[in-house]
Design a protein around this ligand. Structure first.
Ligand code: ARG
Length: 602
């Protein structure tokens, strides 16, 4: 017996560890999944079907009413032999209720399932409070690396609507993949190479101004570029000069490269600052200039394409004929030996796989480049690289505007900074209307910036990516209707309830007082957030989170009208405050998943 005691004592810490691990797993399990597992097990027992097969068929109903059930299964999807309606009846009669499941009922070809909702309520809130910013996340992407390339503006050119959308959607993809357990590496593939940099250099030597460059490189380089472009149209000799300059750059001439490098470095500093305002950052600024015609990685790719007999000489240029795939003729290298945009992309993909061994790579670029990415992916496939199918083009429609630029009330803007300044100014104007409230805000410009940007982002991500939309300043900055400011407002209202309650939520709260239908609707909405994260992690459609955030905010607003925290008996006040806190956490997480900073006050 002594031996046993000794052995047990030795094992005790490990057992305690194991128990702690089980606790941890339970504490992070998605509450709705607990019910799905229970339903799945019972249906697997009755039918003999595999649990993995049944689990995804168990659908959560939302919104719910007494007749809809809490979960349902479309019986035809179980693919059992026989009449689905009869099978549904059979399942109904064989299903045994359990502590979690209250009843099931066949309804046509559906099986409807009701759960003990008070259990959901009692388990959900403590879990959300406990998980905080992690609530809704899952670990399905654990150990996998996703490369997300987005924004990618061109130096000395305008930041156009396509870059804006890429920035917003790319940032969402990064956050959402992380919420699904992925490791992400984000890349800004700057347009920082090509003949136009020869022209820019020639322009800078004529019109450049050191001071203006240091102060605002993005704007100054753009101005210089516009000027020299106009001059070159008049005087073609400038183009020859530019070509010669770029040739020196391609050859690696130190002087020629020195000036270009300064342009790029200064621009990146400024980009970082502006992206910071929209809460966007990149792990890597790796532009097209990393893939010059003479670089070894580029030569290797060209050689490989030749070895595979894919590259053909066509009027002096190196091309791949892709007619067979209805993808035209792809030019890789020009007659003068210059690398094409497409050629650089092939080399970049190969390098990125070498460096990061990615499990997927996502290019967030507008639909205008659909053809380009089809060609790129086809070339990778023809090269026989096993990871070709891991590359994905996440495209999006246009923001409709006169000239591809965004116009504000004051005129056309060409840079992200202008758009941000514009919304900041408009928001400050609105905020100042309520003087007393304005005085309480500690950092008004940050708040104005954040609300304004939320407006832009919510408008952008409000519909399916592929839809075009019109930039509507008045609508996106309004506080009423389904707008960004409305979501921020809903979040700040919840924060203010917690501030004003005047007490902390006790460690254990009895949720039983939450009996009202509006509370049940809010809890149902909070409970389904992990489902939404899981779904967008696959579809990469931000509008699913946006519409979820509105549903949640509406459910909150319905509760706020009826269920007060102030001047209530302590048990009621605690339960309601816990519910509001859970709602605040969930709404904050949804906004964060979209790449938005939730505000505490506004
Ligand atoms: N700089 C390009 C443009 O403004 C976008 C780059 C897209 N990414 C890529 N790997 N080709 O159109």
């Amino acid at each position: 017996a002594d031996q046993w005691v000794a052995a047990l004592e030795k094992a005790a810490p490990a057992l305690k560890d194991a128990a702690a691990q089980v606790d941890q797993v339970l504490a992070t399990t998605h509450v709705l999944d607990e019910y799905r597992f229970e339903i799945t097990k019972e249906l697997a027992r009755i039918t003999g079907l595999g649990e993995d097969f049944i689990f995804p068929l168990v659908e959560n109903k939302y919104p719910k009413d007494a007749a809809s059930g809490d979960f349902s299964i479309a019986v035809p999807r179980m693919k059992l032999p026989g009449s689905p309606a009869e099978i549904a009846k059979d399942l109904e009669s064989k299903f045994t209720a359990s502590p979690k499941i209250s009843s099931v009922k066949a309804s046509g070809v559906f099986l409807k399932i009701w759960i003990h909702n008070h259990l959901l309520r009692d388990r959900l809130i403590p879990r959300v409070l406990n998980q905080g910013e992690k609530y809704g996340q899952n670990s399905s992407g654990f150990g996998k690396v996703s490369l997300v390339e987005f924004s990618s503006p061109n130096i000395a050119k305008p930041f156009h609507v396509g870059h804006l959308r890429s920035t917003i959607i790319g940032n969402f993809i990064e956050n959402t993949l992380q919420a699904n357990g992925w490791t992400t590496v984000t890349i800004n593939y700057l347009g920082d190479w090509g003949k136009q940099f020869g022209l820019l250099a020639v322009g800078y030597l004529k019109h450049g101004n050191e001071e203006a460059l240091e102060k605002d490189p993005i704007r100054h380089l753009f101005e210089v570029y516009v000027k020299i472009n106009a001059e070159a149209t008049e005087n073609p000799a400038i183009h020859d000069e530019a070509r010669a300059y770029f040739a020196r750059m391609e050859e690696g001439g130190t002087e020629a490269l020195g000036m270009w490098k300064k342009f790029v470095d200064l621009s990146i500093v400024k980009y970082r600052e502006i992206y910071g305002r929209v809460n966007v950052s990149f792990d890597l600024y790796s532009g097209e200039s990393h893939f010059r015609a003479q670089d070894k990685c580029v030569r290797d790719v060209v050689q490989k394409l030749k070895d595979l007999d894919l590259l053909k000489l066509d009027q002096g240029a190196q091309v791949i004929n892709m007619e067979e795939y209805k993808l035209g003729v792809a030019i890789i290298e020009k007659r003068d030996g210059g690398m094409m945009y497409l050629g650089r992309d092939v080399a970049a993909a190969v390098e990125r796989q070498k460096e990061y061994k990615f499990d997927n790579m996502i290019y967030v670029v507008g639909s205008q480049q659909d053809h380009h990415f089809k060609q790129l992916f086809k070339i990778l496939e023809l090269m026989g690289v096993p990871w070709a199918e891991k590359c994905q083009h996440v495209n999006f429609g246009m923001i409709k505007s006169k000239d591809g630029n965004m116009s504000t009330r004051k005129g056309t803007v060409v840079f992200l900074e202008d758009i941000l300044d514009n919304v900041q100014e408009s928001m400050l104007e609105v905020m100042k209307r309520n003087e007393a409230k304005f005085a309480q805000i500690q950092n008004p410009t940050f708040v104005a910036d954040t609300i304004g940007i939320t407006g832009i982002m919510i408008q952008d991500m409000g519909s399916r990516r592929n839809k075009d939309y019109e930039f509507n300043w008045d609508r996106m900055l309004a506080f009423e209707g389904d707008t960004g400011p409305y979501l921020q407002y809903a979040h700040t209202r919840l924060c203010s309830i917690e501030r004003k309650a005047g007490f902390d939520i006790p460690a254990t709260v009895d949720m039983a007082p939450l009996t009202e239908p509006v509370a049940a609707a809010l809890l149902d909405c909070i409970a389904m957030y992990p489902d939404v994260v899981r779904e967008v992690g696959v579809q990469l459609e931000p509008c699913s989170i946006v519409s979820y955030a509105f549903r949640l905010s509406h459910a909150v607003s319905n509760c706020l009208e009826e269920l007060y925290v102030m001047n209530q008996p302590p048990e009621i006040a605690s339960a309601r405050l816990a519910m509001y806190k859970a709602a605040r956490i969930t709404l904050g997480n949804a906004l964060r998943a979209l790449g938005i900073v939730p505000l505490d006050r506004m």
